[in-house]
Design a protein around this ligand. Structure first.
Ligand code: SAM
Length: 293
């Protein structure tokens, strides 16, 4: 069995031999704790039937732990300087493909079709670059990729928002954007000390299980998300008062107070509630009703 990459001494040795300097702008905080890595792969319940997509392999510390358990790994790394390092560190494994690409620009659907079509289960497992956590996750979810689950390390505060339930003070449009596609749960919180260099924020690992059936029927997804953003725009205002600023230019009926009051009443939703108390089905009902005038 190859020696773990993720120890402080091995990591330091790899970085110094290659003269590697961290780029803060790329969110480069590498994991140096094998226990945390095991916990991540455990949370993803990886088996040899799984193909795993990793985002940001760094020097390969998480990649190798995934490769030992998964059928195969495809890892997207934006930083060209890491490619020769990964070639060296991941040499003991024959089931890893590293792609020197920006995940936000990559055609992941095409890669899956071309390289992973033999797998019944495809998972995403990553220690994400924190400056692009939300765009990466929303891209993966909105592209409706054939994923079964996503297990990622991210900023604790963002993880809390993504997994928050209605009524929680961090519940908002991000919670709904994520939970519309998945069931989201916090797997663990992680201290700063398990990274080099240490990030400024606390971290957490979340698990998102992609829904196989929609949580609510939504007639027009774009409008549904517009309604949600509008409903949360002023957190201290009531649902009704926030929705007043919806008024699309092409609406036949203006979304004025009496009209909104009547619509919400017909749905059995009290307009004096705050947006943070509404669940996804309630937002879907409002959007479906308002959208079909
Ligand atoms: N997986 C490694 C670990 O756990 O030690 C490194 C994780 S580090 C937090 C994030 C990694 O993502 C870095 O290697 C960085 O270069 C890479 N990265 C940053 N932006 C990226 C992007 N847009 N697409 C792909 N990789 C990216």
């Amino acid at each position: 069995k190859a020696k773990d990459i993720a120890t402080l001494s091995r990591t330091k040795d790899i970085l110094s031999r290659h003269g590697f300097a961290f780029k803060k702008s790329l969110g480069q905080n590498f994991l140096i704790d094998t226990n945390v890595l095991h916990n991540i792969t455990e949370a993803a319940e990886i088996t040899k039937d799984d193909a795993v997509i990793e985002i940001g392999p760094g020097i390969g510390s998480l990649t190798e732990q995934i490769a030992r358990k998964a059928g195969c790994v495809v890892a997207y790394e934006i930083d060209q300087r890491l490619i020769p390092i990964l070639q060296e560190t991941l040499a003991p494994y024959d089931n890893i493909t590293v792609l020197n690409e920006d995940i936000l620009k990559a055609n992941v659907a095409e890669m899956i079709q071309e390289q992973l079509s033999g797998y019944t289960s495809i998972k995403v497992v990553a220690n994400l670059p924190y400056y692009v956590t939300t765009p990466i996750l929303l891209k993966l979810l909105q592209e409706n990729l054939p994923l079964s689950c996503i297990v990622v390390m991210l900023q604790k505060e963002v993880g809390e928002r993504m997994t928050a339930a209605p009524g929680n003070k961090t519940y908002g449009s991000l919670s709904i954007a994520v939970q519309y596609y998945t069931t989201a749960a916090m797997a663990m919180t992680v201290p700063k000390t398990v990274f080099v260099p240490q990030p400024n924020v606390d971290s957490a690992v979340i698990r998102l299980d992609v829904r196989t059936a929609p949580v609510a029927e939504v007639k027009d997804e774009a409008f549904f998300f517009t309604v949600i953003r509008t409903a949360f725009s002023k957190r201290r205002k009531t649902l009704l008062n926030n929705l007043l600023s919806l008024n699309p230019a092409d609406a036949e009926v203006p979304y004025d107070k009496p009209y909104l009051q009547e619509t919400l009443a017909a749905l059995g939703i009290d307009g004096t509630r705050r947006a943070e108390t509404l669940n996804i089905a309630e937002f879907a009902a409002i959007a479906n009703k308002l959208g079909c005038v």
